[in-house]
Design a protein around this ligand. Sequence first.
Ligand code: IPM
Ligand code: MG
Length: 359
Amino acid sequence: MNINIAILPGDGIGPEIVSQALSVIKAVCEKYGHTLNCEYALTGAAAIDACGNPYPDATHELCMKSDAVLFGAIGSPRYDNDPDAKVRPEQGLLAMRQKLGLYANIRPVSTFSELLHRSPLRRDLVENADFICIRELTGGIYFGRPQGRSEDGNTAYDTCTYTVAEIERIVRLAYQYSMKRKKRLTVVDKANILATSRLWRQVSQKIEKEYPEVETEYMFVDNAAMQIIQNPKRFDVIVTENMFGDILTDEASVITGSLGMLPSASIGIHTSVFEPIHGSYPQAAGKDIANPLATILSAALMFEYAFNLNREAEDIRRAVYESLKAEFVTEDIAANGNARKTSEVGAWITESIKTSVNK
Ligand code: IPM
Ligand code: MG
């Protein structure tokens, strides 16, 4: 198969972790006889530096003509404390989501028994927790207008907007995922307060009737935040709006032991994007210490979702599990004094793929 991917390394640790994922992707393509074609493009602070735009047209064109996008991370501390910055790296990510129509962000939360000792939760609470968060990604308060300040600067406002069509497509997708899993869906909202949440609930209740086999529950977001740490095993598929999903998935990710482990897929109308859920970790940039596993696992999601190549995806996951079992891991998850470099972990996994026997 021809595998044409756009590589958007982005900022901070992005280039380092993406280069490890790419070495894994290359090994997989060689092993299974696929022809890989990669093209690089700029995004985030790196793109602002080069041309003043965090998601340049050339980057968008490359994404549109590719089969999938592998994305590193975006964000730079140079912009975080400057309220007057005209353009921010994160705007590049939002522009990409909007222009590619990536309305669904799929974040699987699964635990690794080797890492349970790292979880802030008790082992018995988190062991075997396995759920998927489906976050709406192109609507809500992230994109609603008007947004800004009053003329005297003393008032600021954001707008949260959702249409029936936007809610329908993401809730339907969540039901489709539920049908393939344990048939349990949690719709998270704040319908006791927000008009948009009441519309979510109304639309979801309509779609619920189309999926009588799925057990649906509705949960307020504050309660969901609590239950994710109190009883994470109760969840199977969670669907929610953009901002709630942003917050809940960061929370959900750390219960597995490390934020550095969780991959994501953003899917929608045009090319899908695969990226780790963590940020650009600028303090670690260039030090070869960041955990590349979330990006490598994102590459596994890419084979599965964008190319329907499940065997290839499984081979990557197997190699990742083996690196954990061998404790060949970066400092965020290593036992004291036994940390490997980003590039060493990537090389170990690449080698494991090359040498393991084709199942
Ligand atoms: C994420 C990130 C982004 C978001 C930022 C970097 C704009 O936190 O993908 O979860 O808020 O969506
Ligand atoms: Mg986030």
